[in-house]
Design a protein around this ligand. Structure first.
Ligand code: HAM
Length: 417
């Protein structure tokens, strides 16, 4: 019986990898320009890191984690996101004693057991940046400006930034009490999740995807109207910083984000295309308590993650031109054993010099080798047989123009390298 890939996972085939390489090259360029250095953390971590960091009452922790006991009985979880692992690595590797701020980026697969649909997978890739060690809004502005630059460089001009503030440990309790009161009076019509979670974390109800809950909670008090003066100043500084850099934004008081670690700034980048799937291309915000919650020194942080599959969907919808596919520089069509040995040596030397050179490995006929060279998109081809060996020269054909030129064997490398 044929075995297929698990639901919600995807093979990224050679024909599709070009789009990813293109996005990755822009990621690296932009991160280098902003001074962010790459960090790679494990794809699985102790479960507690996520349950503590992202919040016990979040959908991700309650319903979407790939959690299992390893052979020694430890509970481990495939990472559903990158921030908690970066924070854990920051603490564990004593990165707080290195230069401050630490400006880090990552790119890799994440895992969530979600209902699979277009743009929502069980294994998906994220690119994210985190800046650790800055409480001021300049860091929030920088984080958002990375995204603005990234989307601009990719030619994605129809993505809108929405920002909000959800307050800090000082002002959240009073707001939560208000929200609890509002929700408590309407519990009857809400879904089981909202009913069980509202006591512990009433903001989770505002993130509920059920249409009936959304309707009932439409008039709920919103955090931005209840933040403390310090959070309001921070939000003003964020808005001013964005305007200074000409980054357009909309204030969206309904953004609460699906993870619990956020304080103050939260933001999302939306596009019409992705919004129709009920989701964002990218989300992020400030998390000033996460490092200490994970056992590290009190350190503020802010960051974002972009979903690569959603980004690629957006690129496709714009019809953005990608760089041309990589082609084989030269394909040698060898006929006969002596010629094959000779061709193998040339191909090897060209490869060592950094050129992409290829030849047949299947003892195909000359015609079939030509077809194969064509399928590989070879820029040049040359036939080597007994005649060419005797003559000491090859005829090189330019596959785009059809033009040919004879090159003596002794000049071959100079001509091709
Ligand atoms: P998030 O909003 O959970 O935030 O995910 C960020 C992005 O990952 C989403 O906007 C979306 O593009 C993509 N994404 C999430 N789930 C899926 C899925 N099932 N299939 C495809 N794409 C998906 C975070 O993960 C935070 N760590 C962001 C952050 C970084 N906050 C601060 N620093």
């Amino acid at each position: 019986m044929q075995i297929n890939a698990p639901k919600g996972t995807q093979d990224i085939l050679p024909a599709q990898i070009r789009r990813r390489h293109y996005a990755e090259s822009v990621i690296r360029d932009v991160c280098r320009a902003f001074g962010y250095r790459e960090i790679r953390t494990p794809t699985f971590e102790h479960t507690e890191l996520f349950s503590r960091g992202m919040g016990e009452t979040t959908d991700v922790v309650q319903k979407e984690m790939y959690t299992f006991a390893d052979k020694a009985g430890r509970s481990v979880t495939l990472r559903p996101e990158g921030t908690a692992g970066v924070v854990r690595a920051y603490i564990e590797n004593g990165m707080s004693s290195l230069v401050t701020p630490q400006k880090l980026y990552y790119h890799g697969p994440m895992f969530r057991y979600e209902n699979v649909q277009r743009g929502r997978y069980r294994e998906f890739w994220q690119f994210g940046c985190e800046i650790l060690g800055v409480a001021g809004a300049r860091a929030d502005v920088e984080i958002i400006s990375i995204l603005a630059m990234f989307f601009f460089k990719l030619g994605l001009l129809k993505v809108d930034l929405r920002i909000n503030s959800i307050g800090c440990p000082k002002c959240k309790p009073a707001y939560h009490a208000l929200l609890r009161e509002f929700i408590g009076a309407r519990l009857g019509g809400l879904c089981d999740d909202c009913r069980t979670r509202f006591e512990k974390n009433p903001m989770r109800a505002l993130d509920c995807k059920q249409e009936t809950c959304k309707k009932i909670l439409a008039g709920a008090p919103l955090s931005l109207d209840h933040i403390c003066p310090e959070c309001a100043d921070h939000f003003e500084a964020l808005k001013a910083g964005l305007s200074e850099l000409d980054i357009a934004y909309k204030i969206d008081k309904t953004i609460v984000r699906g993870l619990d670690y956020y304080t103050r700034t939260v933001f999302e980048f939306m596009s019409e295309n992705i919004q129709s799937l009920g989701s964002s291309i990218c989300g992020g915000g400030r998390y000033d308590s996460l490092v200490s919650l994970c056992g590290g020194p009190d350190t503020p942080g802010v960051g974002f993650s972009v979903g690569i599959e959603r980004l690629l969907m957006e690129l496709d919808s714009y019809g953005v031109e990608l760089p041309a596919p990589e082609r084989v520089d030269i394909f040698l069509i060898a006929v006969g054993e002596r010629a094959k040995t000779y061709a193998a040596q040339i191909v090897n030397r060209l490869r060592a010099a950094g050129r992409s050179a290829d030849m047949d490995l299947l003892d195909r006929s000359v015609k079939a080798q030509m077809k194969y060279a064509d399928k590989l998109g070879a820029a040049l081809t040359a036939v080597i047989g007994d005649d060419e060996l005797k003559k000491g020269a090859l005829v090189i054909r330019d596959m785009d123009t059809g033009s040919t030129r004879e090159v003596p064997m002794e000049n071959l490398y100079l001509e091709l390298i």
